[in-house]
Design a protein around this ligand. Structure first.
Ligand code: UDP
Ligand code: MG
Length: 136
C-alpha cells in the first residue's frame, strides 16, 4: 500500500549560520525526499513560542524559543512514502551525541539545543506545522 506523506523540516539557525543548507537539502534528496516547498525566514520569539507550544512547560522552553528566533531558518515541506518516520530516522536522536552514524544530527549537530534540524513527530503534527508556516 502506498502511503505518501508530507512532513515539516526546519534547518535551524546553527546550521544556516554554518552554510549547511545545501548539504542538508542534498541529504533529503539523496534519501528519496522531494522538496515541495521551502523558504528562508526569520521568526519572532512570539512565533517560536507558538510553534513549540507543546514544550511550554519544559525547563528549556524559553531558551529554545530564543534560539529558534535568533537567526534565519529554512522551513521545508518534504514528501516521500512514510515521510514523517523517514525524516525522524534521517535526522537522528535529539542529542547529537546519541545520533546514529549517517544521520543529519550526527553529522552536523553541535549539542542537544543546537541540533541543526527540526522534524515533525507525527502525521497529525506535520499537518499542523506545515499549515503554521505555509498557510496563505
Ligand atoms: N531541546 C533542548 N533541551 C532538551 C531537549 C530538547 O534544548 O533537553 C530542544 C532541542 O533543540 C530539540 C527541541 O528542544 O530539538 C524540541 O525537543 P523535542 O523533544 O521535540 O526533540 P526533537 O523532536 O527535535 O528531536
Ligand atoms: Mg519534537
Amino acid at each position: 500500500m502506498s502511503n505518501l506523506e508530507q512532513t515539516l523540516s526546519i534547518i535551524k539557525p546553527d546550521a544556516v549560520e554554518r552554510n549547511l543548507e545545501n548539504e542538508i537539502k542534498e541529504m533529503f534528496k539523496s534519501n528519496g525526499f522531494t522538496i515541495l516547498k521551502e523558504k528562508k525566514i526569520k521568526i519572532e520569539k512570539s512565533e517560536a513560542e507558538k510553534f513549540y507550544k507543546v514544550h511550554q512547560t519544559k525547563p528549556f522552553y524559553s531558551d529554545l524559543c530564543d534560539y529558534l528566533s535568533s537567526g534565519p531558518i529554512v522551513v521545508i515541506v518534504l514528501e516521500k512514502e512514510n515521510a514523517v518516520l523517514g525524516n525522524r530516522e534521517l535526522m537522528g536522536a535529539t542529542n547529537p551525541k546519541d545520533a546514529e552514524e549517517g544521520t543529519i544530527r550526527k553529522k552536523y549537530g553541535i549539542s542537544i539545543d543546537k541540533n541543526s534540524v527540526h522534524g515533525s513527530d507525527s502525521v497529525e503534527n506535520a499537518k499542523i506545522e506545515i499549515d503554521f508556516f505555509f498557510k496563505d
